[in-house]
Ligand binder design. Structure first.
Ligand SMILES: NC(=[NH2+])NCCC[C@H](N)C(=O)O
Length: 480
């Protein structure tokens, strides 16, 4: 990749390149009593999640980002005899796209260098408390076999060396591209530690990222945290990509949430302002709650002037204007707003701006940053009707991925949210029919406008992330 192969200045510019990880065998190892530790809501059926769900995601991504790999070839790719080899990163028939980039494929690549292999195996063994013998056994593995073990935790003979990392499919959380810089995460949850380690080695060692070595940013714990008598949440530095959104060329959003601490936001602000990478950073504090683990579970952007969000974070619902007076007065006594928004400007740190509600901020972004002249509109989770609003937010109605401005991927199970998309004039199409139309050349990807593409989701949604989480964009066109 050349030096313009990593560049992100918005959430909706045409997507050109991203990092993904398709469900590996470790998803089939989650057991009920462990599911919560491993951050899954339920156990999933491996074959279904791969064949009937995630493979459709791969197909649609390739159709949009790297069509030569797929257009007109689906019958052959998906024939019985092909055995899904096209989708398996360890197989010679793997698509090996450099636009829809699979992390396991990059991992195997860097392991071909013995020096990197020694360092990475030793680091993984240190965090996983492996014996010296296990370390030696890992070092003796071939790069492809080793990449599989480092991810799944299991040897070919079925022996388990350490826990799997089933959340590796949520590549969003490993970091974020901010203009031409890559900010790496520090996971809040132990179950995600190895993901951060593996990707750090990939970014620092794979030739794909050679031109970017000097633009990788990391943040660390401070002496304050080490010296505190007991772990204080806010001084701990944890940061996950789902809480970061590069919303316009000079403006970054940071969520302070269950996963990202105030101290991490503080460090990111100082670091990015010092290096003059952005001019504006807005901190959005949401409740530390499993339901809203990152800000991208609460809202994402669809078009310059269209956002999908959970109505509970709406100023209107906070004020409860429609409630009867007694209820309204009692409610207004509660000081704790569910959301607190503070915007820092690089040139005037002492005078941050405050926003009353999420809509106010998003309208400001559309109008001020993105110079939008049209009316800014909101699509609410579950059409803003209780209990569908919270039910559908739980299954990621607010977590869509924009392939282009106005063309987004979402789950097919969020019916009321889908109705709300329709009501705003969006065309809704299921990925099965879209792929058929594309293969039959009845439609071209560039013809799609204002479209919600519905993706199968029965198993995927149990892992508690949508397509925004399942993507780490590396390159998007700048918005005009
Ligand atoms: N950006 C996101 N919202 N990611 C969702 C991650 C879901 C994952 N099971 C976790 O709890 O960590």
């Amino acid at each position: 990749m050349n030096s313009d192969s990593i560049h992100i200045t918005s959430e909706i510019g045409t997507l050109r390149r991203l990092l993904v990880h398709s469900p590996d065998s470790s998803l089939g190892k989650v057991v009920p009593s462990k599911a919560q530790d491993w951050l899954f809501e339920d156990i999933v059926h491996l074959d279904t999640i791969r064949k009937k769900e995630y493979d459709y995601y791969t197909r649609i991504l390739l159709y949009f980002l790297d069509p030569d790999k797929i257009a007109g070839k689906l019958t052959e790719i998906d024939s019985e005899t092909s055995n899904r080899n096209f989708y398996k990163p360890d197989n010679a028939g793997f698509h090996a796209s450099d636009k829809v980039i699979e992390l396991q494929w990059l991992l195997a690549d860097i392991l071909r260098d013995d020096t990197i292999k020694i360092k990475l195996v030793a680091s993984v063994c240190a965090v996983e408390f492996c014996s010296y013998d296990t370390q030696k056994c890992l070092f003796d593995l071939e790069p492809i076999a080793l990449s599989k073990v480092l991810i799944s935790g299991t040897l070919k003979d079925g022996r388990m060396l350490f826990a799997p990392i089933p959340n590796f499919i949520f590549t969003r959380d490993i970091g974020v591209v901010i203009n031409d810089h890559i900010l790496l995460n520090r996971p809040a949850k132990k179950a995600r530690t190895r993901e951060a380690l593996l990707t750090k080695y990939i970014f620092f060692n794979h030739t794909l990222f050679e031109a970017f070595r000097n633009t990788i940013l990391e943040i660390e714990d401070t002496s304050h945290h080490f010296l505190m008598p007991k772990e204080s949440d806010d001084k701990k530095v944890t940061l996950e990509g789902g809480d970061l959104m590069m919303i316009s060329a000079r403006h970054l959003l940071i969520g302070v949430s269950e996963r990202t601490t105030v101290e991490a936001a503080h460090q990111v602000i100082n670091l990015l302002f010092e290096k003059k990478i952005v001019d504006k950073i807005t901190v959005i504090r949401i409740p530390k709650k499993r339901d809203y683990m990152h800000i991208d579970t609460v809202f994402t952007q669809v078009k310059r002037n269209v956002w999908v969000m959970l109505g509970n974070f709406s100023r209107k619902s906070i004020r409860k204007e429609d409630a009867d007076p007694v209820e309204r007065i009692l409610e207004s006594k509660k000081k704790d707003d569910p959301i607190k928004i503070t915007q820092f400007l690089r040139n005037d740190l002492e005078h941050p701006l405050h926003f009353d509600g999420l809509e106010e901020l998003l309208i400001n972004i559309s109008e001020t940053d993105l110079k939008c002249k049209e009316k800014v509109t909101f699509i609410y989770s579950g059409n803003n009707e209780f209990p569908y609003d919270v039910r559908e937010q739980w299954t990621d109605s607010c977590n869509v991925l924009a392939l282009r401005e106005g063309v987004v991927l979402g789950y097919d199970r969020n019916d009321k949210t889908t109705d709300a998309f329709r009501a705003q004039g969006f065309h809704v199409i299921h990925v099965h029919s879209l792929l058929e139309d594309l293969e039959a050349k009845r439609v071209r990807t560039e013809d799609l406008k204002d479209t919600l593409i519905l993706m199968p989701s029965a198993e995927l949604s149990r892992a508690r992330g949508g397509f925004h989480c399942m993507s780490m964009p590396l390159l998007r066109d700048n918005l005009e």
